[in-house]
Design a protein around this ligand. Structure first.
Ligand SMILES: [Zn+2]
Length: 109
């Protein structure tokens, strides 16, 4: 993902409307690129800061953003685990199919 793409993705990161694949690329970029990380922080502070001010809430926005980022990482990790698990299941099913096939052949010949 390029800087421009990352920057464009920031709003959909905030409203959590990002597709998983895009989210993965976005997080990868944000983790490596201090420029975009800074841009993300600024946009977050501005957006949430104004909202919190008008709500009159106490806020720890930098901490909130970190939490949001680690939540996104957790979401992807969960997804990857599920994907791995479904691969394991598919492998088991495939192996069973082969075993069944071999057994069937043994019965026939
Ligand atoms: Zn960047």
């Amino acid at each position: 993902m390029t800087h421009k793409e990352a920057e464009r993705s920031i709003p959909s990161f905030f409203d959590e409307s990002m597709e998983n694949l895009e989210l993965a690329e976005f997080l990868e970029h944000i983790d490596k690129c201090s420029e975009c990380r800074e841009e993300l922080t600024i946009q977050y502070l501005v957006g949430r800061g104004l909202q919190s001010l008008s709500d009159g809430n106490e806020f720890n926005l930098a901490g909130e953003l970190d939490k949001k980022l680690s939540k996104a990482h957790a979401r992807l990790n969960r997804l990857y685990r599920l994907e791995r698990f479904s691969w394991v299941l598919r492998t088991i099913v495939a192996v069973e199919a082969v075993i069944l096939f071999v057994l069937t052949l043994q019965i026939w010949f």
